[in-house]
Design a protein around this ligand. Sequence first.
Ligand SMILES: [Zn+2]
Length: 258
Amino acid sequence: MRKVIGSNPMLPIKEMTEFLKKLFTLQNKDSEIDLISDEIDTIPQKIEELQKEIKDLEEELKQKDEEFKKHAIHQKELENELLKIEEEIKKEQMELYSVKTNEMYKSLKQNIEDKKKRKSEIEDEILVIMDKIDEEKRKISEFKKELETKKNQINNNIKALEDRKKELSENLKNLKKEREDFVSEICSTEEGNIYYTKYEKVRNSKNGIAVVNVIDNACGGCNISLTKEKINEVLTSDFPVCDNCGRILFLEKKDESS
Ligand SMILES: [Zn+2]
């Protein structure tokens, strides 16, 4: 294979620059493809998080409902106990008329007093629990309204993310096709093929960034200052590479005719 890449360029300067320009264009395409791919990759997790948000809210409502039901059952139990104790008091009060001894009368009377005390306690408990239940009913109804609003918002956000993913995927498909065509064009010559292979090698080892601009006499990839000699090399070599990070350096030449 003929040597193309090195300090002794075999291609005329103008053609070399054309290759570098093409690699630079390819880099821009690849960076855009990477950016879009990265964004697409983040979408499923975002959707999952939003779905979990809805699930958590629904779980919270379920817990509130269960708590409410528990209190309602307890209220019912207290009401039953109250009825029972009222019956017993009534019955024992009737029995008072038929007791034979003072002792029995006293004991029955005491029994009735104890039950009345318990009855009053139950009534207080019922009042407390009824207040609690009213409060819970109000809160649950508010929560349900909020939940509906939030669910709508979240579902809208999910829909927007799904639309975005569709749009990005479509873009990505087109960009990949464009890239494919562009690479075919670059690789249509043997020299171009070598440049492309070199580009891919650097790109794979440098986190997807193979070609960087020279910005203010520094490498656009690692930011290291470039010497005058290096800048000159960038302008004249067929494959100028940063000595520090190994990326291909690109510097758009000023129009030579002016
Ligand atoms: Zn560098």
